[in-house]
Design a protein around this ligand. Structure first.
Ligand SMILES: [Zn+2]
Length: 88
């Protein structure tokens, strides 16, 4: 994630984040990953390359209990959907 993407993510979280504490431990020392990860569709344990829908996600982890929430990177404006990329 470059500097501009990090700033986009931080302003997105500042706008959307209404809860402050962790729902599991109620401490909520959140730590945001600066990388985009992928959620891939599970297909019976076999790895299928190509044509598999992927959801780009940014994990936010509670530093106290490890509870992790996943923010969709497309919704946050960090990653483009496949459709948007084809259209430029
Ligand atoms: Zn927690």
């Amino acid at each position: 994630m470059d500097k501009k993407e990090s700033e986009t993510l931080i302003s997105f979280l500042n706008e959307k984040w209404q809860g402050s504490t962790c729902p599991m431990c109620h401490v909520g020392k959140w730590s945001v990953q600066d990388k985009v990860f992928e959620l891939r569709e599970f297909r019976g344990g076999s790895l299928v390359l190509g044509g598999t829908p992927i959801i780009p996600i940014i994990p936010i982890t509670c530093g106290n209990c490890g509870n992790t929430i996943l923010i969709n990177a497309i919704t946050a404006g960090i990653a483009k959907s496949e459709k948007e990329e084809k259209n430029g």
